[in-house]
Write a new protein. Structure first.
Length: 78
């Protein structure tokens, strides 16, 4: 797997032998690239926590509603 970031004429990259990274491992590599290209670690971390830019904010509302109506996640869905 290779991630590459180019900004202001500077290119940095990270390569791994394994393509089967999970999302946490992938995100950690991406955070490292952002810091390596010049962003402050605190800025990177603060931008990656849940905030108003959450992708699917309605999903939590739907899950809460279904639970309030007695629907629970089955073992197969976990």
């Amino acid at each position: 797997m290779k991630l590459q970031l180019t900004m202001h004429g500077t290119t940095i990259s990270v390569e791994t032998e394994d393509d089967g990274l999970n999302v946490t491992e992938m995100l950690n590599h991406f955070k490292g690239l952002l810091v390596a290209i010049g962003y402050h670690p605190t800025s990177v971390e603060s931008c990656l926590i849940e905030d108003e830019y959450q992708w699917f904010p309605e999903a939590e509302k739907i899950e809460d509603y279904l639970k309030s109506e007695g629907f629970e996640e089955s073992e197969e869905d976990k």
